[in-house]
Design a protein around this ligand. Structure first.
Ligand SMILES: Nc1ncnc2c1ncn2[C@@H]1O[C@H](COP(=O)(O)OP(=O)(O)OP(=O)(O)O)[C@@H](O)[C@H]1O
Length: 234
């Protein structure tokens, strides 16, 4: 297993948000965290990235414990985050955003470059000089993905991959993720567009009140209307 989350707990002050999250992601797979708002998906991602401190449990990435590790060291191990809300630097240009955090700590062969990102998202190339805050939502999300890829991760985590984007832009994002997945990237994704996720993902974990209430393949989730109605509301 590339990522193994075991009995993970997390608190905000005295309020508990994660109650023993358990899930695993195999190398080369796409997995989702699903569930209604406030169930703990973002908290789980933040615990993996070391943004939220875990209060218990274990997060193994290629056998290395992430709990207790500062965020930059987790990133250096090869986990790239595309955060909720994109977090594009507003006063930097598109190009500056792209290279600001670029790195290749693992010494990956054929690393990501600006050219490779533009091949994945051609629309970014025409906007290189534009300030981050003047980019459209779709451009910002493509840039956030490009920026994460420029850290040469082995696991890409996307929190709300296509939130607020038009259908055509969403399809471009999914097509790009399918391409990088075909090149061997492992992906953990949170999104609300179940139809798109059923197409792209191998495995789904439904989060309910800070723990995994159901897990299964796309075929199993597609076939189980009761589970979808109970946990996802559709
Ligand atoms: N900074 C915070 N301080 C206090 N409580 C928080 C904080 N962030 C999240 N929570 C609480 O933790 C629980 C899990 O929230 P989380 O954001 O992880 O859920 P989520 O499934 O990602 O939902 P969403 O899709 O709305 O982001 C919720 O009860 C939420 O109110």
């Amino acid at each position: 297993m590339m990522l193994q989350v075991r009995d993970l707990t997390a608190h905000y002050g005295t309020s508990q948000a994660l109650f023993g999250m358990d899930f695993a992601l195999q190398a080369g797979q796409v997995a989702t965290l699903l569930g209604r708002n406030g169930m703990g998906k973002t908290t789980t991602i933040h615990a993996i990235m070391g943004i939220v401190k875990a209060s218990g449990g274990s997060i193994l990435f290629d056998g290395q414990e992430l709990v207790g590790r500062p965020s930059f060291r987790t990133a250096n191990l090869g986990i790239g985050l595309v955060p909720e809300g994109r977090q594009i630097f507003p006063n930097l240009t598109l190009m500056e955003n792209l290279v600001a955090t670029a790195s290749n700590h693992l010494g990956q062969a054929d690393p990501w470059s600006v050219e490779k990102v533009f091949a994945l998202f051609p629309e970014l190339e025409t906007r290189v000089g534009s300030m981050g805050n003047l980019l459209s939502g779709g451009e910002q999300q493509m840039l956030a993905i490009g920026r994460a890829l420029m850290t040469n991760p082995r696991l890409l985590i996307l929190d709300e991959a296509t939130e607020g984007l038009a259908p055509l832009v969403r399809q471009k994002i999914w097509a790009a993720l399918a391409r990088i997945r075909a090149e061997g990237m492992s992906i953990l994704v949170v999104d609300k567009n179940l139809a798109d996720l059923l197409r792209i993902a191998d495995r789904h974990f439904i989060v309910q009140r800070g723990r995994v209430a159901w897990s299964g393949t796309s075929l199993e989730l597609q076939a189980d209307a009761a589970v979808r109605a109970q946990y996802l509301g559709f």
